[in-house]
Write a protein that binds this ligand. Sequence first.
Ligand code: SAH
Ligand code: F3S
Length: 483
Amino acid sequence: MTVQTFIPNGAKAASENTVTQPTHTTDVSIKKLYIETQGCQMNEYDSHRMADLLGDSHGYILTSNPNEADILLMNTCSIREKAQEKVFSELGRWRKLKDKNPDLVIGVGGCVASQEGDNIQKRAPYVDMIFGPQTLHRLPQMLDQHNAQVEKPKKDKIKLVDISFPDIEKFDFLPEPRVEGFKAFVSIMEGCSKYCSFCVVPYTRGEEVSRPLDDVLAEIAGLAEKGVREISLLGQNVNGYRGETFEGGICTFPELLRLVAEIPGIGRLRYTTSHPLEFSDELIQCYEDLPQMVSHLHLPVQSGSNDVLQAMKRNHTIDVYIDKIAKLRKIRPDMHLSSDFIIGFPGETDENFAETLQFIKDLDFDHSYSFVYSKRPGTPASDLPDTTPEQVKKERLAQVQKVIKQSSIEKTDAMLGKIERVLIEKVSDQDPNVLIGTADNTRLVTFVGDATWVGRFAEIEITEIKTLNFVYGELLNLEPDVA
Ligand code: SAH
Ligand code: F3S
């Protein structure tokens, strides 16, 4: 388990669990909350909101140690079978903590809760609260209900389960996000209506629902006032955003980007994830017009074979993806591209896989989240015949990862002598004269500078490559603060 300190933007589907960053205290009278987060950045975002909610409503503070917590919350992921199984093994460990401390409250949220609420009650009856991704804002009330019935005999207790999809009301009840540092995630939509044949998301998070435009803009303006300089817009398919405007119209994703770019203080814009089908010309045009947009794009394609794409119900061909990237690279030749790949989809032949490998080489990806296909109950692909041995799938995956890793190394090496725009994020722990920031392509950049520059953007010439994700440089120009 790791304590998350840095999430490369554009990154998601992290396979390890993370714990939302705790605030440390030694006061034993303060109630403590431990949150384990599995899965994607949407879950990371939701976990932060849970911590804010229970902090504001009940005074809980975060701890990174489950042994000293009064509440344990697990924010689960069901995207692949392995992630789902982890839930029950971890709950088994938490049960032992509850045996020692019967007052301990255990809650399970996220996509496994949404899909397997009944099963969790049966397999883990010691879980006190079960809530879905769209009902986490009701956690404080659930906790009150739990506390109100603690003394009651078991037979009189009602089960606290709420895994409904109450539209987008969640955001109306969440407290203002707390700001740590200069980067913030802002959720602009929930759910997904694409129904790719392999994916559980539309069933666990519901269909696409966009937050109203004014809510999104007000949240970002508030963050900018508190010092945030880089915004990552979050959603399963952000380019499907259709936010209601104050006048009752609809704002599209490219229109939203233009409005966000006008907010004083916002010096850098990222988003994740988007679907190739809705990667429109209007969106590509934003890369020409808005200097805040990073030259880094995470655009999941899943496979480089048309046959496989069709079976996945992705609703586009490889050529569509290739054309869109070509247009984008015409505007931004330095565009770093990353993608998700599913290897060993049912029916993927040697030829199909060879096409995927060639596609990966041709498109020159910098990074990927690639996994062997995992059969998910209730999805159409789970009924497809799948005769490829698991070992063959693993070997294919290893080949994909090797090619992309090599390309990533080459991309870092190619930074030598180039000028990168860097958001200066902190002073080095080791040397007060050394600053650390991130480049557009998410590499960490270290250079000599003054602590007062933290929070500003700078042009840095890269002078030395240290590791795949870490380079040294020298200051060329310090931008004035964008606020
Ligand atoms: N909105 C994103 C996908 C979100 S799900 C999109 O546009 O595609 C995150 C990733 O999990 C997917 O991109 C896919 O690569 C992976 N994934 C989803 N279902 C999977 C399954 N059944 N097996 C393996 N990987 C899966
Ligand atoms: Fe899943 Fe496809 Fe949506 S991968 S999240 S159904 S775009």
